[in-house]
Design a protein around this ligand. Sequence first.
Ligand code: NAG
Length: 425
Amino acid sequence: MPTHDEGVMVGKQWRSVCKGLVLGTVLASCMILFYCLSAPEVQISFPEVPVPYSCARRPSPDRASRAGRGWAGCVPKVDVMFMKTHKTASSTILNILFRFGEKHRVRFAFPSMRNDFSYPSPFHHSQVQGYSPGACFNIICNHMRFNEAEVAKVLPADAAYVTVLREPADLFESSFHYFGRLIPFTWKISGDDKLAEFLRDPELYYDPEGFNSFYLKNLLFFDLGQDNNLPPNDPRVEAAIRAIARRFQLVMLVEHFEESLILLKDALCWDMEDLLFFKLNARKGSTVSKLTPELRAKALDWNAIDWKLYQHFNTSFWRKVEVYGWERMERDVAELRRRNVEMAAICIEGGHAVDAGSIHETAMQPWQPIGEKSILGYNLKKNVDKAHRKLCRKMLTPELQYLTDLGVNLWITKLWGHIRDILHW
Ligand SMILES: *[C@@H]1O[C@H](CO)[C@@H](O)[C@H](O)[C@H]1NC(C)=O
C-alpha cells in the first residue's frame, strides 16, 4: 500500500507527465499548422525584378515641413533593416521603429498571419505580406533568421542595416528562462536549478538536432543566419563575423542602450524625440537568476561563438563612441535619460512597470512566456494632457497590439494565445 505522501507524489508526477504530453501534442499540432500555412509550396514564384537602388521619395512640401530635415540639416534615413535578435531588448527598439515609421509614413515589410518571418526558417522574400516584384519597402524589423540575399530583394540597396547584441551569458540565462519549456531536451533535466544543471555538463543534455535547440546555443549567431553548432575555432566563424561587420552599419549593445540609440540617431539622422522609450517586455526582477561567476564563465564557454561575436562588436562599438566624442555622448545620453524620465511621469500610472495582474487594459497586456506571468507591463495614466496622449499610448503599447494597429494580421499568434488561455499556460 502506498502511503498518503507517496500517493501525492505519484499524483504529482502523473500530472506533470500528462501536462508534458498535452503540451507536446499541442506544440506538435501548432508546428504542423504553422508549417502548412507558411510552407514554401504556397510561394508563387515571381520573376525577379530588382528593387530600386533607393526608395527615397521626393519629400512633398507637407512632408518636408512635418518631418523633413533633421536636427543637423541632414535628411532622416527611412530605409532600415533592423535585425531583431532574441532576448536583446529588441521589443523596445521595435516600438521606436514603429513610431518612426508612422511619423514618416513609411512602408513596412511585415510578415503575414504571425509576428515573425516563419522563424526559425531562413528569411525568404515571399514571407512579406503584399510582396510584389520590384516593390519598395522601407523598414523590415520583425523576428527572422537573417538571410542577406533574400532581404536585399525587399529593401533598397542603400538601406541601413542595424542590429543589437547582448552579453551572451545573460542572453543565455534569459533564453533558457523564456524558451526552456519549448525545448524538449530540457524536460529531462532534473533539480530545481535546471540552468546550473545544464551548464554543469551541456553535452549531456544538448542535442543539436533537437526541436528548438538553437535557443540554447549561440542564439545570436543563429539569428544572424549562421550555423550555431560550428566549432568556435572553425575559420567559417571568423568569416561570418567579418561578413556581418561588412553588412551591418551599426551593431548596438543592450548593456549600453542609450549610447546605442544615440549612435543610431547619428547614423540615420534622426531626432532625439524619435529615441524616447520605456523598457518594454522586461522581466520581473525576482525571476532573473543572478549568474555566479562560475556559471557565467561556463555560459560564455558554452556560447563561445556568440562571445566572439560580442567581443568583436564591443570593440567596434567603443571605437564609434570615440569618434562621436566622449563628452558629446555623455551629454546626449544624459538628455535622453532626462527626457525618458519626464515622459514616464507624464504617461505612466504610478511611474513604473507592474505585474501582468495589475494591468487594467488588455490592450496593454504583454505576451507572456509559457507557464508563468513574469513579463511586466504598464498602465497608461488617466488624465494625460492632449499634447502627449497619442505619444504616451504608442510608447506603452506592446508589440503584438502595435502590429495589429499597423494592420498586421496575426491570427496564428492569436490562436496560439487562446489555446494557452484555455489551458492556463
Ligand atoms: C568592451 O570594450 C571596452 C573598451 O575597449 C572594454 O573596456 C571592455 O572590457 C570590453 N568588454 C567586453 C565584454 O569585451
